[in-house]
Design a protein around this ligand. Structure first.
Ligand code: IVH
Length: 670
């Protein structure tokens, strides 16, 4: 396209945006949805990114007030605002604790800080030299919206701290919420108190925020160089001393049994509280332990949210469809007469798997109780047998994949010695249409190749039009054909092309995650990438059938190896990787390059005390070192734990590799 043409398109988009700004901000009466608005904004930003001559001082991305989400400027959180994983019953809690013990490689008595989980909006407050200098929303966890002025209208948020011991530079984090009683007045404008708090906080004019009474409780920190405070409960008390409100029901408990008892009691009493609480948060109280445990991709290992039972309603099942997922899992979904559950209209509910249908004897035509908890997919709790029509037949789960007709199986789990509850299509590649579409959707998703111009709906559309069959087809699209399709213009085609081109540069771990091997999530993909270092090495290992080598990696076990093997036994999967590796620019993992252990390689043998291999490995990597799994000349240190393998020690001695005890190794870090 010529420059003049592009400028013209750009101008039109800007005018469109201005028009909607006016509807939204001045008339408080938007004509389009938030999503459509964000689309226009994204198109403008993409154009500016590509054609630098478009940027000018009145560009909406520069002028204050324009924003990631309509009206606020963005700010990157110094420490990410993550979410919490959920527990619904005592089994989930036991599992949570078990994982902690595994990670630490020791069983200890853990103390928990127990805090009510208020259902509001989280916010991060940055204080420098005791003055509130920035207030931000959670946003996507990495970047939030700057809402300082709005937050300043909340009386519970101190703007200046008087205490002498308040840290010089700290982010205080907590929940902004509205009390039930205040929400009653706003019932007609918002679906629930949470939406009311969010709506109020995100008013363009802080005077509007002031009109809706918001509250704030503080519960954690983001950025903070802490060397004195030892416990979360101690931190909560300090927060109160510094002038923040903290929850009056916070307490410290130790055993899972006590957590469960407190949860049961609190769940019954919560209706008397002035605000909505959707569960309890349990955090390991010892901050040193929290630090050791660290985070998985989305949530801390040291905390969990124990949810209360959800809202529920009765409705009738009109049909049961079987969905085929990316890994071939067949998930039955009940289509139900639409029903309002806790402010959300629900028309589908998951039935989880075949066993669940059998156990609950769920039939098409049944009246069922459906539960919905937060953002969790609604599910069927029970069948109201009194309402069952005698003529209803038992539901027969298909024996063959409804998409490709392949045989389906329930795998045998060697560890639990039981058959899996989930039935799966045996097709591992792209021969099953539904699996193929889901694989491509996974390939483009945010944590994978992150091709944001190509959404899930577009993938389905392109599939129907025979434009895509395999991931590599994305890089060979016929843009002329696309620009003639309904709903596609020059600009959207050019944006699509741009985001596809951008995705060509990808890190090895993201790529390994993107190809969608079962049991290889983000974390495992990282482990594989760190091990092989380059896509070339990865392909060599596959070719030489040396996938067992991955067994040396902590965190990779038989399950993952078997899954990798099955994946590559399918020739189409192998071909796809070969093709993609020639199209893409797959870079190695970015390593932290300023730690004390840079250029040092380590290997472990024997059991470490008070620490799992996974923790030891992340400690080395945090300090820029690397961990290898076999003894060779590149190895610098062999770290010896309890009962080391004599052969390894011998080999290391022969090669002149330095041998360290766990204590000596730790002292290298000091
Ligand atoms: S701790 C990484 N403590 O729950 C630690 N969160 O799903 C996460 N929340 O976004 C925050 N009460 O909005 C924490 N006492 C509490 C909380 C709490 C409510 C919310 C918060 C967060 C979400 C996590």
């Amino acid at each position: 396209m010529k420059e003049a043409e592009i400028k013209n398109i750009y101008k039109k988009k800007i005018n469109e945006l201005k028009k909607h700004n006016k509807f939204y901000f001045e008339n408080s009466n938007p004509e389009i949805s938030d999503k459509e608005y964000d689309e226009i904004k994204k198109e403008i930003l993409n154009l500016e990114k590509r054609f630098s001559y478009l940027k000018n001082n009145s560009s909406p991305s520069i002028s204050l007030g324009f924003t990631p989400s309509k009206k606020f400027i963005k700010s990157t959180h110094r420490v990410k605002m993550l979410s919490l994983s959920n527990a619904f019953d005592i089994e989930d809690l036991k599992n949570f604790e078990k994982k902690i013990f595994n990670y630490l490689n020791e069983k200890i008595e853990v103390e928990y800080s127990v805090e009510p989980k208020i259902d509001g909006i989280s916010a991060s407050l940055t204080y420098k030299d005791s003055v509130l200098v920035l207030g931000a929303s959670r946003g996507d966890g990495s970047t939030g919206e700057v809402i300082t002025e709005n937050l300043k209208t909340i009386k519970d948020i101190p703007q200046k701290i008087k205490s002498k011991d308040f840290p010089k530079d700290i982010d205080i984090r907590g929940e902004v919420f509205i009390k039930k009683q205040d929400f009653n007045r706003l019932k007609n404008d918002f679906a629930n108190p949470r939406n009311a708090a969010s709506g109020s906080l995100r008013q363009k004019n802080p005077e509007e925020t002031k009109k809706i009474p918001l509250n704030f409780v503080a519960y954690t920190y983001g950025y903070f160089k802490n060397d004195k405070i030892k416990k979360q409960s101690e931190f909560l008390n300090l927060l109160q001393k510094w002038g923040f409100k903290i929850n009056e029901h916070n307490k410290v408990l130790s055993k899972i049994k006590d957590l469960k008892n407190f949860h049961e009691k609190f769940e019954k009493d919560r209706f008397n509280l002035e605000y909505d609480v959707d569960g309890l948060v349990y955090k390991i109280n010892n901050l040193e332990l929290q630090k050791r445990l660290g985070f998985t991709a989305n949530s801390p290992r040291w905390a969990i949210a124990h949810k209360f039972s959800a809202d529920s309603a009765y409705s009738k099942i009109t049909d049961i469809n079987i969905q085929v997922g990316r890994t071939g899992a067949l998930t039955p979904v009940a289509r139900i007469n639409p029903v309002n559950i806790g402010g959300v209209v629900v028309s589908n509910a998951t039935l989880h798997n075949e066993d669940e249908i059998i156990r609950k004897d769920i039939r098409i035509g049944d009246t069922v109780k459906i539960e919905r908890a937060g953002d969790v997919i609604p599910h069927v709790i029970l069948v109201d047998l009194k309402k069952r029509d005698k003529k209803l037949k038992k539901f027969v789960f298909p024996n063959n994949c409804p998409s490709c007709g392949s045989e389906t199986i329930k795998e045998f789990n060697k560890t639990t010695k039981k058959h899996d509850a989930v039935r799966r299509c045996t097709n591992e590649g792209y021969e099953c249409e539904k699996i193929a579409i889901e694989k491509i959707k996974h390939f483009i998703s945010k944590d994978a190749m992150n091709i944001d111009g190509l959404g899930k709906k577009v993938v389905e559309n392109f599939w129907d039009l025979n434009l895509i069959r395999f991931p590599q087809d994305i890089y060979n699209l016929d843009y002329n054909k696309i620009s003639n399709l309904e709903g596609w213009g020059d600009l959207s085609v050019s944006n699509l092309k741009y985001s596809i081109d951008q995705s060509k540069k990808v890190s090895l771990d993201k790529f390994l995650y993107a190809i969608g091997i079962r049991h290889i999530g983000i974390e495992n993909a990282k482990l594989l990438a760190e091990h092989v270092k380059s896509i070339k090495n990865f392909i060599i290992l596959v070719n030489k059938k040396k996938l067992n080598e991955f067994l040396d990696i902590d965190g990779i076990g038989e399950t993952q190896i078997n899954s990798l093997k099955t994946f590559f036994e399918n020739k189409s999967n192998y071909k796809i990787i070969e093709k993609l590796s020639s199209i893409l620019n797959i870079s190695d993992l970015k390593l932290n390059k300023d730690g004390k252990l840079l250029n040092n390689t380590f290997m472990f043998t024997g059991k470490l005390s008070n620490m799992s291999r996974a923790e030891a490995k992340s400690l080395i990597e945090e300090n820029s070192g690397s961990v290898v799994s076999s003894i060779n000349k590149k190895l610098k240190y062999l770290i010896i734990g309890d009962k080391p393998t004599t052969r390894k020690v011998q080999q290391a001695k022969e090669l002149g590799i330095k041998i360290l005890s766990q204590k000596e190794w730790i002292s290298l870090l000091d």
